[in-house]
Write a protein of this length. Structure first.
Length: 99
């Protein structure tokens, strides 16, 4: 099984899903995960990895909550910025609060 930047247990807690269900989902997806070698993700790709919409991701980019870079006229999200964003959200003081 591939290594993750965040332990799968913490990701499951962050998403509020049972860890076994998350593991089953990852196993069921198989090779349909896109190109995992990309270092610069489109907004749509980064949003998909986070499980949120593009509009919400653009809000996070505009507020500086998630880092991005302009390459010509294109906006790219560094792949590690997605993991960093999740790690910060996981350690936030309002982790247990309702949205």
């Amino acid at each position: 099984m591939p290594q993750y930047s965040l332990p799968l247990t913490q990701i499951a807690q962050l998403l509020d899903v049972p860890e076994d269900s998350l593991r089953a989902l990852i196993a069921a997806r198989g090779s349909d995960q896109g190109d995992t070698t990309l270092v610069g993700l489109t907004v749509a790709e980064a949003a998909r990895r986070l499980g949120i919409g593009r509009t919400k991701l653009y809000e996070y980019v505009s507020s500086g909550a998630i880092h991005s870079v302009k390459i010509g006229s294109l906006r790219r999200i560094p792949a590690e910025a997605v993991n960093d964003f999740l790690a910060r959200r996981l350690s936030a003081t309002d982790f247990g609060a309702a949205a």
